[in-house]
Structures are given as structure tokens and as C-alpha cells.
Write a protein that binds this ligand. Structure first.
Ligand SMILES: Nc1nc2c(ncn2[C@@H]2O[C@H](COP(=O)(O)O[C@H]3[C@@H](O)[C@H](n4cnc5c(=O)[nH]c(N)nc54)O[C@@H]3COP(=O)(O)O)[C@@H](O)[C@H]2O)c(=O)[nH]1
Length: 700
């Protein structure tokens, strides 16, 4: 290796000096400089292993001059060289930092080169060893990880500044203390019971990995979440000399992780466990119940008509109701039960490890009661009710999937039976659910194959018997099961939104029928069709209806739309707009089943109806039932004052007809006059133009 040796002298001063290096046969790179500043200048860009300063001439004015030179050449070793008699003068420079003196006398030639060679080697070795150690110390003092070193007894012999801050112990306080005092670690409340990671690393003589959930108890007693790892230290012979632990504060990460886990398992609005956490708890509960021979129940809870609250009062109020209901439910169940919000207005309760059957019935009643009390939202008291479906393990189902399915089926049944009630799952319900699924699949096929037909029930003027129009009623002649009544499939079509294409088909078929009748001389027969909420809620509903009217070329007044109160109340402001557009286009509008819903005069006046249809349940025995008579009389009076035409539905006998006639009801329909008829049958009816009225007959 080339060793640059700078010689601070003139060549002519010491010609034999170069020769002594050349004679060794080694690869020395020697440069001569006239004065100290030339050496310093050169070293700014290059490095050297040794500087030899010749004593032949006086290079430095005094010691201070030498010290300035010494500082300027940084750590390059300086060797003084001269005749033997100059040795004592050179000693002064050695005292100021020079590494030694080498005699340039010819007899000392070999020794002189050896001194240079030793000096170079010593400094290279020193550099190799001291560099990393110095770097390590700087690094340890600068890093943000805490580092504590301990001897083989586990007593602290090193602590870096970050560890001082993290533990609250200064270097002087910590030095010599047992590691357990300086850095107590608590893992799952194991403080004082579990060996310290440093002791473990010393015992096992291997690295002790990260301990999850470790908490460092600081000197002042406060706690910091940490992640750590400890490792033993061995000397070059393999002897254990101590251990080191490296750790850092993970409080922020751990808090964030906890928050993320919480968010992933809880509903953001009510803070209740969400579907994911519920599923997990249910799986655990089923496993435990199976193992210990216990039983459990789940309750599906769904708010009744919640959509109405959301649509009419806004989502903020809707959210307020959900939070209030969640609170009410929380108060109704035990802390050991799991109450979860599944989404929307659906909640579910898991009642694990039950002792007695009838516990559940009591809880269901308690829940219905808790939900039905008024909830104060935005200074208004709102009332809601709920329906509950309940299934049991193991009597109803032995796995999670079926338990959920059966509770859902029971809930559906509770809704069907009129809401605000609980319903236990019953085996037959599955058949109903299965039938619903089959009907849904068949309905889809029926839509694409246009398997439906319309029947028509005539409407009659109650004073003259003249036919005033017809109500179109959907019929489904199923290729395998025969004629299926609307009561069996309209609900399913509404739930699945299949009523939208079906409703469109009905309107088109009704308009085409009006056109065909027109072609037969039956001009502008007024046909009423029933409209469901899902149809009316489409943004394009009015445009679609008007397009069909235009396409078929029928007068808009020949088409009447029948809507129930519940349909309209779902979103009164928007429905009012839709109805106004339809009315403005010339269609006539009838409120169906009047008396069964809100029957509020206030909103009735706000909607552009032409006709009120009294629900058939009020017509039943109206001549003998005082309550029905009072309702019908009130509706007739209301219709009169609002200048609405009133139609009575479901007139089955002459007594009912007589009551209606004497109370001024203008129009009616029912089996007394005719059941819904096929196209051919009703055409014959229409061509006849009127029916004979029993009451009229009596008059004659
Ligand atoms: N959205 C749509 N709904 C429709 C459509 N077609 C029918 N429906 C709704 O289905 C329900 C049942 O209808 P249906 O079995 O046809 O029963 C109607 C009449 O047959 C029946 N009726 C008429 N007169 C009498 C009677 O004297 N006694 C008696 N027991 N029943 C009678 O009433 C039903 C008509 O009710 P309404 O619609 O309230 O006027 C029913 O809710 C239909 O609305 C459709 O195309 N779309």
C-alpha cells in the first residue's frame, strides 16, 4: 500500500533521508514541502499517514507556532527528525503533541524507518477501532429510541439521553441501579411477577423479542406504552458481558390502533357494536352454548315506519331518534347481553346463556315499552314503535346463519301482523319465506314474459245506477299455479321494487284498454289504477306516465290514479309536487282506503285530490254498526265540504247501499254490483251502461 509521508524539509537539507525509505523496497509516497503552511494547504485536499518535520532548520518560531500547525493538520501524526544532538530540542515539540523523534544519523537509518512504519500502523489501527466506537456513541446519544445497557447482574451501566427522558432517570441516578428499578415494565398487569426482558436476555443468552402491550412505568409513576427488545452482549471471546435494551414510545400508535379497532367494530352514530362485532360475539356465544348445554336467543328489532320520520322530518331528526332508541334499548338489556345496530333502523340483541324461556318474552315486552315512550328530539317529543323477531338456539337453529335467518323471518311476520309487536320464530314461517322467494323469482319471469292481465271492477253512480268508470285490478295467471291473487304478490313486488315495472305495465295496459274501448264506441271510460309508494318515489314517475298517455293517445282525464294515505305521508312535500304535476296534466286523483291511515283534514286540503274512496272495512255492516256509520257519515261530510267526490268501496248488500244513498254518497263499487271482471265481461257491462240498484228498485 502507498503510504504518503510528507517531509517538511528541503531535499538538499537531507538527501540521505529519501534514500533510507527507497532502500526498504516498500511503496512510500514522499512529498517535500518548504514550510508548514504548504503542508496545511496540501492536507486540505489530500490525506497523509505521517508528517516528518526536519529539525535541520527552525520551522516554528515558538511552541505556539507548532501548536497552530498541529491543530491545522488535524489528526495526522507528526514525527520530529534530526541529528542525535537535536533530540532534546525536538522533545519540546513532542511535549506539544508530536508523536516522537527519529534520528537521521546514518547509523540509525533502519531504526528511523521502523519508527515511521510503527507510527503509521499504530494510527491506522487506532483509527479503525476508535472510529466505530465514537460513531456508536454519537448515534446512541442522538437517536430517539431509548437505550439502556446493563452488566451481567442486570445493573445499569449505560443510559442514553432518550432513555433518560422516557424513564425519568438521569445517567447519574440510573448508573449501578438494577434495571427493574430504572425501567419497570408492566405487561398485562404482570409488574413484579414477570422477569425483566434484560434479565431474560441475560438468562437465555439470546435476543428477547417485542412484548406486545408493554407499559413502562416512569420514575414519577406515569405510564408510557413501549415496544422493546433486549439482547445479550458478548466479548470477542464469547463471554457474556451484559445486555442492552432498546425501546421507544408507542403510545400514539397504540392509541390510534385502539381507535381504529373501535371504529371497525362500532356504529359511528350510536356507538353500539356493529354487524361485524355482533357476528363475532354471536359465534362465540353459540360455541359456548353448545359446549355448556345452554341456550340463547337473538332478537331482531326494526323500527316501524322509520322512513316516514326520516323523509318528513329530515335525517338529523332521524339520527336523533336512532340514538334515543339505542339508549332506550341499552337500558332494557343487561351489560352481559350484546346490543348492536346492524344499519338503518335495525337493531339486534344477543341474549347469551339463558336460564329460562320466558325471560325473553319479558325482555321483548320491556323493549317495546322502552321504545314506545316519547323521545325528546330537538325539543319535540316523537313517538316510534318497533317490531321484534326472535329465534332460539338450539330449538330453532343450531348455527349462526340459521339463527339470524329465522329471527329475520319472525321479524317479517311481526311486521305483517301489524307492527309494534314481538314474534317468536315458528317452523311454518320458513315455508312462507321460501314461498316469498319463489314468488319473487316467478315475478321476475312474469314481468319479462308479460304474464299479467287486468280485471276491472265497475264503479256505479249510487243514485242512477249508471257505470261511472272501472277500477283496474291486477291478476297473475301463473302457468303452473293458476290465478294468483294480488294479496299474495303485491307486497312482495313492493318489497323488491318489482312493482315499478309491474306498475308501468298496468298503466300502459289500462291506457291501451281505454283506447280499444274508444274504438268500440265506449268513449273515455275512466279507468282507475292503484299506485304504490315505490312507483311514486321514482324521479321520472310523472314523465313516464305522461309518455304512456301520449304514446297511447288517450285523454289524460280518462286515467285516474288511486293512492293510499300511507303512500302519500311517506314524503308529503315531494308527493304534493308529483300530484300537482299529474293534476296539471289533466289526470284525476283518488285517495284510496280513506279512513285507515292518518285521515287528516289538514293535509287532505293541501293535496289536489278529486275523489275520496272510503275503505271497505267501514262499509262493512255500516247500517247496523254505529261506529262504522259515524266514520262514514263524517267522511261523507268532509268530502262534501272539500268538494270531493266520495266513492264507497266493497258494497256487498242493499242495506249498506241504502245507508250510503241516504247519507249522500255519490258513487260506489262492490260485489253487490259486480266482482272484478275480465276484459270481455266488463265490456258487456259497459255496453249496458248501468246496473239495476236494489234501493232504487224499492223506490219504484
Ligand atoms: N299497486 C297495485 N296494487 C294493486 C293492483 N291491483 C290490485 N292491487 C291491490 O291489491 C289488493 C287486492 O286487490 P284485489 O284482490 O283485486 O281486491 C280488490 C277487489 O277485488 C276487492 N273488492 C272489491 N269489492 C269488494 C267487495 O265488495 N267485497 C270484498 N271483500 N272485496 C272487494 O277490493 C280490492 C280493491 O281494493 P282497493 O285497491 O283498496 O280499491 C288491493 O289492495 C289492491 O289495491 C295494481 O295494479 N297495482
Amino acid at each position: 500500500m502507498t503510504t504518503p509521508v510528507f517531509i517538511l524539509c528541503e531535499t538538499r537539507e537531507n538527501p540521505s533521508f529519501v534514500e533510507q525509505f527507497a532502500d526498504t523496497g516498500e511503496d512510500w509516497l514522499i512529498k517535500f514541502f518548504e514550510n508548514p503552511s504548504a503542508v496545511v494547504g496540501h492536507l486540505k485536499k489530500h490525506s497523509a499517514d505521517v508528517i516528518i518535520v526536519s529539525m535541520a532548520r527552525r520551522r516554528f518560531k515558538d511552541d505556539a507556532g507548532f501548536i497552530r500547525f498541529y491543530d491545522a493538520v488535524s489528526f495526522t501524526p507528526i514525527l520530529m527528525s534530526g541529528r542525535e544532538q537535536q533530540r532534546s530540542a525536538a522533545e519540546a515539540f513532542v511535549a506539544c503533541g508530536a508523536q516522537g523523534f527519529s534520528s537521521s544519523d546514518p547509523k540509525d537509518r533502519v531504526a528511523g524507518v521502523q519508527i515511521v512504519r510503527d507510527l503509521v500502523l499504530r494510527f491506522r489501527l487506532h483509527g479503525k477501532m476508535e472510529g466505530p466506537a465514537a460513531r456508536a456513541e454519537v448515534t446512541l446519544n442522538a437517536i430517539s429510541d431509548g437505550v439502556i445497557g446493563a452488566d451481567t447482574e442486570g445493573n445499569v451501566d449505560f443510559i442514553n439521553p432518550a432513555a433518560e427522558v422516557l424513564t425519568g432517570w438521569s445517567k447519574s441516578q440510573a448508573s449501578g441501579q438494577p434495571i427493574e428499578n430504572v425501567m419497570p415494565i408492566d405487561i398485562d398487569n404482570s409488574l413484579g411477577y414477570e422477569p425483566h426482558p434484560v434479565q431474560l436476555a441475560l438468562q437465555k443468552r439470546s435476543v428477547v423479542g417485542l412484548s406486545a402491550g408493554a407499559v413502562l412505568v416512569k420514575r414519577d409513576g406515569s405510564r408510557v406504552d413501549i415496544e422493546d427488545s433486549a439482547a445479550p452482549i458478548f466479548d470477542y471471546r464469547g463471554n457474556l458481558t451484559g445486555a442492552v435494551i432498546v425501546f421507544h414510545d408507542v403510545s400514539a400508535e397504540r392509541a390510534m390502533r385502539l381507535k381504529m379497532t373501535y371504529l371497525a367494530h362500532h356504529d359511528h352514530l350510536t356507538q353500539l357494536p356493529n354487524r361485524v362485532l355482533f357476528q363475532d360475539r354471536l359465534e362465540q356465544a353459540v360455541r359456548a352454548a353448545r359446549r355448556y348445554g345452554q341456550y340463547l336467543a337473538i332478537m331482531f328489532i326494526d323500527l316501524d315506519n322509520f322512513k316516514h320520520i326520516n323523509d318528513s322530518l329530515g335525517h338529523t331528526v332521524g339520527d336523533g331518534v336512532l340514538v334515543a332508541v339505542a339508549d332506550a334499548l341499552t337500558r332494557s338489556v343487561r351489560a352481559s347481553d350484546t346490543l348492536s345496530r346492524q344499519g338503518g333502523d335495525e337493531f339486534v340483541v344477543l341474549l347469551p346463556a339463558l336460564q329460562e324461556d320466558n325471560d325473553v318474552e319479558t325482555i321483548a315486552m320491556k323493549i317495546l315499552q322502552a321504545i314506545s315512550v316519547g323521545h325528546l328530539i330537538n325539543e319535540k317529543t316523537l313517538y316510534v314503535s318497533a317490531s321484534i323477531g326472535i329465534s332460539f338456539f338450539p330449538s330453532d337453529a343450531v348455527n349462526v346463519e340459521d339463527l339470524i335467518k329465522h329471527a329475520d323471518t319472525a321479524l317479517y311476520d311481526a311486521k305483517e301482523k301489524g307492527r309494534n309487536r314481538y314474534q317468536f320464530f315458528l317452523p311454518g314461517m320458513n315455508d312462507d319465506a321460501m314461498e316469498r322467494q319463489l314468488i319473487e323469482a316467478d315475478l321476475r319471469r312474469a314481468i319479462s314474459l308479460e304474464q299479467f292481465i287486468l280485471h276491472y271492477q265497475p264503479k256505479v253512480d249510487l243514485s242512477s245506477g249508471l257505470i261511472t268508470g272501472v277500477e283496474a285490478l291486477l291478476r297473475w295467471p301463473h302457468p303452473l299455479h293458476g290465478m294468483i291473487a294480488p294479496s299474495r304478490f303485491i307486497g312482495i313486488a313492493e318489497d323488491t321494487k318489482l312493482i315499478i315495472p309491474i306498475g308501468e305495465w298496468v298503466v300502459r295496459a289500462a291506457c291501451q284498454q281505454i283506447k280499444r274501448w274508444g274504438e268500440q264506441g265506449l268513449n273515455n271510460v275512466c279507468v282507475a289504477v292503484n299506485v304504490s309508494i315505490a312507483e311514486l318515489s321514482q324521479t321520472c314517475y310523472v314523465d313516464n306516465i305522461l309518455a304512456i298517455i301520449e304514446e297511447t293517445g288517450v285523454p289524460p282525464a280518462a286515467l285516474q290514479l288511486e293512492l293510499t294515505e300511507s303512500v302519500l305521508m311517506s314524503d308529503l312535500p315531494s308527493n304534493r309536487q308529483v300530484l300537482s304535476r299529474l293534476k296539471a296534466a289533466g289526470l284525476s286523483l283518488a285517495m284510496d282506503d280513506f279512513g285507515t291511515g292518518y285521515s287528516s283534514l289538514a293535509y287532505l286540503t293541501q293535496l289536489p285530490f278529486d275523489v275520496l274512496k272510503i275503505d271497505q272495512s267501514f262499509i262493512r255492516d255500516v247500517s247496523s254498526r254505529a261506529d262504522n256509520a259515524a266514520v262514514v257519515a263524517a267522511i261523507l261530510a268532509m268530502g262534501k265540504s272539500l268538494k270531493l267526490r266520495v266513492v264507497a268501496e266493497g258494497i256487498e248488500n242493499s242495506l249498506e247501499l241504502g245507508f250510503l244513498q241516504s247519507n249522500g254518497c255519490q258513487e260506489g263499487q262492490g260485489y253487490l254490483f259486480s266482482k272484478p271482471l275480465s276484459e270481455t265481461q266488463v265490456t258487456t257491462f259497459l255496453l249496458a251502461g248501468s246496473v239495476a240498484l236494489p234501493a232504487m228498485l224499492e223506490c219504484h
